[in-house]
Structure formats: C-alpha cells, structure tokens
Ligand binder design. Sequence first.
Ligand code: SF4
Ligand code: SF4
Length: 101
Amino acid sequence: MAFVVCEPCRDCKYTDCVVVCPCECFYQDERMLYIDPEHCIDCEACVPECPVDAIFRDTEVPAAWTQYVQLNAERSAELIKNGVGHVTQKQEPLIRGEQCQ
Ligand code: SF4
Ligand code: SF4
C-alpha cells in the first residue's frame, strides 16, 4: 500500500504535500512529483495538502489514472537510483494560475 500522485500534479508541482510527509518520500522530474511506494507509510497527511486533489491511495486511484500507480513506483525508483529529484521542501509552483490555487 502507498499513496500515489496522479495527473492533476502535472506541470503544477506546488509542493504543499512535501513538507508534511514524515518519510520524505516525494521525488520530482520536470513534469510532476511522485511518491516512493517503498517508503510511504500510508499516513495520508499529504492528501488534504494538495490544492488540486492529485494524491490518492493506490487502491482508490480513479480508473482513468491507474497507470500512475506504476509510474510513481518506476519514476521514484529511477530518480533515487540516479540520485536526483528528492524534494523535501516547499518550492515555487511550475505554473502560476488557477490550476495551482
Ligand atoms: S501538492 Fe499536489 S499538485 Fe502540488 S506537488 Fe504535491 S501532489 Fe503535486
Ligand atoms: S501518505 Fe504519508 S508517508 Fe505517504 S507520501 Fe503521503 S505524507 Fe508521505
């Protein structure tokens, strides 16, 4: 079990979610953030912090976004392996606008 970042996070990356995570399991690439399922403890703290409702429990991901379960696992593992993309502090959103508010 783990939580998963889905489509609404793309091009936004507001990172409100990151600061409340007790396990520092968020990683990012140029597109969006991902949760490392190996270290997520299912505390759910990040869910209400996301202004665009991008985070879901892996068993409750909306049907249209189920591919994000695998994408979070693959991308976080790749970023960890490459030693890049670990994000533990809030940063400016990629895009300013309604999508991120
Ligand atoms: S708060 Fe939501 S939109 Fe922002 S980085 Fe986290 S998951 Fe993505
Ligand atoms: S559910 Fe908890 S441990 Fe998992 S990513 Fe969210 S804040 Fe971090």
